[in-house]
Design a binder for this molecule. Sequence first.
Ligand code: PEP
Ligand code: MG
Length: 562
Amino acid sequence: MISRSGIGVFPGVVVAKAAVFRHTPLDVEHRLSDDPEMEKMAFEEARSSVLDDLHAIKPSTKEDADILSVYESMLSDPDYLSLIRDNITRGRYTASWAVEAATEKYTAALAALGDAYFAERISDIKDAENRLLSAIAGISSSITLAEPSIIVADYLLPSELMQMDRSCVLGLLLDSGSQTSHIAILAHSDEIPAILGLGSFSGETEDGATVAMDARDGIAIIDPDEKTIRSFRARKGIALRNEKELKKEATLPAVTLDGHRIHLMCNVEGLEGIDGAIAAGAEGIGLFRTEFLVLHGFHGDDEVYGKAASAMGGYGPVTFRTYDLGGDKMADGMAREEENPVLGWRAVRFCMERKDLFRSQLVSILKASALSPSVRLMFPMISGSEELLEVLDYLEEVKADCRKEGIAFDENMKIGTMIETPSAAITADILADHVDFMSIGTNDLVQYTIAVDRGNERIAHLYRPLHPAVIRLLKYVVDAAKAKGVTVSVCGEMAGQAEYAPLLVGLGFDELSMTAHSVLEVRRRIRSLEWESCADFADRILSLPDATSIEKALKEFNNGKT
Ligand code: PEP
Ligand code: MG
């Protein structure tokens, strides 16, 4: 029995079989083999199992089909194959070393051609190599779930989770990732118990082993004994009872003890989230992350936006954020090699270059606005007023085309900007002149303010939402927005964590957006707070010098000590 702890991102207790999956194979064995025949057999078996896996995949886009054909041609290339077989029989390399050495030679030859097309294929070839190396090591490199299981993996891309049969995913245990990584956000909104940042857990777990997890406490156990299994079952019972109690409060308003009303909205990634938002008593969709539709390979935006607006419109605004593609949210075939993707070709920067995609999305949102006055449009990752004005001008251009083409839309549709960069926060007073509302994406704002990658578990301890720089920016934005009469909300993960509610309410936020599950927890917390004491508390926090003292003060406040 091995116990490990990590970062719990969506609560839940599960005991089930592990389906182990690794993108990066375990270490390549750089040694001479005593048994080249056995190594050759290991290679041939791995090659045919990878080919079988590839044949079983049904590509949904042309880009997917292109990548599959690169994999297949590589695995059937006579020069590449004879290089590997030679490395094994004459060089006496282990199978994995033979593959690694042959791939290196092959990709070096391609790189030397200096051709952009071949250079781009190198990452596909490395991917095919990974599949071969994983198969040699006996580890699955494609996620096909034969039965409901806990996925144990080194990491998981949002697009990979989206391609799985979700009814078979009982939980996620990942070596990497942190609270605000996009895979965590997806696990939260899909209500999949998940623990991230578990170190080398996927290397320690045998495929098919029994695993117990309690994601609220961030504990995962490999091969639990009978006593541990019984205690996890008891924990599960308690968690389910709590959940039931929370759901009973879904119809109550989020109002503080002294009568201050806070509007709780939902973040969703697709139509699937709408029912959950209504059931949790959300007063609208504060953030519809539309890029997940693209990652899902879905191209019927008109239909999705229209349905979301009609279904949710009676409850409050439905805020479509334009595609925030880039970083870890790139669909196959769109990716561009970048040194720093989160500082790179992302969100509106990507959209303003890919106007084919952007224009059609804007038209779809405009069409949805004709169906319901609740539709709002919001731009992500704005870094300042020039960028904002550029996208607003482009929106005006698209609106003018719609008028010419007789496409109906709501001329008064509300337009907003996200505040996710320090530059946007510091110029919030200027941005406020051009929009109807602002929404603070604290996940990115924290990452960019204190220069800590939100998805990197190695530095997760440095990701401190309560850093005074972040708190001061929040305060500055809320004051600037209110002075200009512009609505302001928080839609990052901070909004959905009940322990931050006193601070956000005290700073002056009247609108928070989060996953459906968090709406239930945050509502309960708000109903236990006094607005006056939250405001005093926030004032006091603003004079504290560092994250540690603010964390301590918040803990004391939450424990009723101040
Ligand atoms: C954020 O950055 O806080 C946000 C809500 O956007 P995302 O998490 O999708 O980057
Ligand atoms: Mg963001």
